[in-house]
Design a binder for this molecule. Sequence first.
Ligand code: HEC
Length: 104
Amino acid sequence: MKKVGNHKSFSKIFFSLAITLTISLNAFSQDAAKGKEIFNANCAACHKLDAKSTGPALRGVEAKYDKEWLYKWIKNSGELIKSGDAQAVKVFEENNKVAMTAFP
Ligand code: HEC
């Protein structure tokens, strides 16, 4: 009798793990799809993933800078450049001083 009980609770745990995994994988691919949509609508005019366009190629850019800097840059790169942020000024000068759109 005891064995049957254990077996039941094992399948219960296994089943809820499977559901949790399915839900989180689903949420992840929805996030990825949303990101792609945002990128295509706002960034793709000037950025490609693997080649220079108006702006630099963006694949792997999250590893190049820290997250907070990236947020500031994307929200308003002009302001960051004006503030004298050395990294921002460098990126700006290396790309022929073309202004990037602000995304507040
Ligand atoms: C109007 C063109 C334009 C648009 C639209 C644009 N960018 Fe940019 N982006 C640039 C340019 C040009 C640079 C290079 C720096 C400069 O000249 O200001 C740049 C630089 C960057 C950098 C720094 C890259 C590096 O390797 O140093 C990141 C990150 C970035 N852009 C992200 C984005 C994201 C995310 C979006 C969309 C939300 C976006 N950009 C939309 C033109 C654009």
